[in-house]
Design a protein around this ligand. Structure first.
Ligand SMILES: CCCCC/C=C/C(=O)SCCNC(=O)CCNC(=O)[C@H](O)C(C)(C)COP(=O)(O)OP(=O)(O)OC[C@H]1O[C@@H](n2cnc3c(N)ncnc32)[C@H](O)[C@@H]1OP(=O)(O)O
Length: 396
């Protein structure tokens, strides 16, 4: 194994890998917990729209496009106008910026707009400071944005440029967010993605972050992280809903068997390429998938890596309901807001009555899957697959 890992390191040092792999830890991600008193209120947003006109320093076209896109997303939702012609450069650039935000919820766009204006005013010393909502954390990296409103706590994977691939830090942040959501005053918790992907699974550059203890230590700590991460979904006490806004890969698919409801846009696909990657199933899918869809359909996904369309995944029981992409966000959030008005304790207790009978078994399955993966991660099959992806030779 050291040979392959050494190859990975040499490949990186030789610059053959196109993206500058992070051998150091990922920058700490800020977890924006926007509880009822902490989300960017409409007043914050209106203040920010006024303050942006008073900026002393021109923030540049790229930032202005981002402000434009966030403003439109916050006020009108996902891009809903036809794409301008190629010669209409300015409007096409604005359209592209807005469209790139995909299905980002209005509340999140509003929150990001206020944060951006706040940071611009701080750097340009404008005459009016936006007073961020009380107690809200200062803007920082928001690869994970948590908002809580209308009885729903929403955890949004917000790393669209990397198809919402999960960094090691994001696993920790999601666990923190689930912990907070289990105790806040919301009735339902949602996991969704921003951009065209729901989530492309484990960030494969995580494998390049080799600690002093070497690859064996990396595999050990990865197995501990995986087991803890999946345990949070097994034990989560409130109704947990996946709003699958686009393609889903790997662990983002396997943990769906632990959600209570899975709503998907018809653009979504569901791919678990574990053999392709020299790995094996996780997220309790080795138990939940055969239970949900039968052993042969589960084998097609988990062993042979068959990618399912949203409708196939619905037919096989992994997805609860599929919606047309054009009305997905609107229909899903209207429904979830109605569900969130139901008596929260009754929903929580009913979920636990359903889940409790399996909890012990699911924890045992999770422990077994994590141990097996710890070995798989040390295999040449796995590292060769990772090296192929990172050297941009192979995509799924
Ligand atoms: C606690 C540990 C748990 C471990 C257990 C988890 C297991 C898994 O999740 S296994 C599955 C892992 N995921 C993958 O293997 C997917 C790899 N990605 C791809 O194959 C493709 O990116 C794609 C099919 C998801 C999308 O292809 P495409 O539409 O062509 O977009 P790009 O490939 O250009 O992606 C844009 C950008 O994002 C980077 N990226 C996407 N996915 C990942 C990823 N999983 N890990 C790292 N980076 C990813 C991609 O490299 C591009 O980056 P740039 O080239 O720098 O723009």
């Amino acid at each position: 194994m050291a040979g392959v890992a050494g190859r990975l390191a040499r490949l990186w040092c030789s610059g053959a890998l196109s993206s500058p792999l992070q051998v150091t830890r990922f920058p700490a991600l800020q977890l924006h917990l926007c509880g009822p008193a902490m989300r960017a209120s409409q007043e914050d947003f209106e203040n920010a729209t006024n303050q942006v006109k008073l900026l002393k320093k021109d923030p540049g076209n790229e930032v202005k496009l981002k402000l434009y896109a966030l403003y439109k997303q916050a006020t009108e939702g996902p891009c809903n106008v036809p794409k301008p012609g190629v010669l209409d450069f300015i409007n096409k650039a604005k359209w592209d910026a807005w469209n790139a935000l995909g299905s980002l919820p209005k509340e999140t766009a509003r929150h990001n707009y206020v944060d951006l204006v706040s940071s611009l005013s701080a750097s340009s010393e404008s005459s009016i400071q936006v007073t961020p909502a009380a107690d809200r954390k200062q803007p920082g990296s928001d690869a994970l944005v948590v908002t809580s409103q209308d009885g729903i706590t929403t955890i949004t994977l917000n790393r669209p440029d990397k198809k919402n691939a999960l960094t090691t830090q994001m696993y920790h942040d999601i666990m923190l967010a689930l912990e907070a959501a289990s105790k806040d005053d919301s009735a339902i918790t949602v996991l969704t993605g921003n951009g065209d992907y729901y989530c492309s699974g484990n960030d494969l550059t995580n494998f390049t972050d080799i600690p002093p203890g070497g690859v064996e230590e990396k595999a050990r700590s990865g197995a501990v992280l995986l087991r803890d991460f999946v345990d949070r979904f097994i034990d989560f006490p409130k109704p947990l809903v996946a709003v699958v806004n686009g393609p889903a890969v790997g662990i983002s698919v396997t943990i769906l068997g632990l959600f209570d409801i899975v709503y998907a846009t018809d653009r979504a696909t569901f791919h678990t390429p574990f053999s392709h990657l020299g790995q094996s199933p996780e997220g309790c899918s080795s138990y939940t998938f055969p239970k949900i869809m039968g052993p042969s359909k589960a084998t097609e996904m988990l062993v042979f890596g068959k990618k399912l369309t949203a409708r196939e995944a619905c037919t096989q029981g992994l997805v609860t309901e599929v919606f047309p992409d054009s009305t997905f966000q609107k229909e899903v959030w209207v429904r979830l807001k109605a569900y969130s008005k139901l008596p929260p304790n009754a929903m929580r207790i009913s979920k636990q009555v359903i889940r409790n009978t399996e909890k012990e078994k699911l924890h045992a399955i999770n422990a077994e899957e994590s141990n097996i993966l710890r070995e798989r991660w040390l295999s040449d099959e796995c590292m060769n697959a990772v090296v192929s992806f990172l050297s941009k030779k192979a995509k799924l």
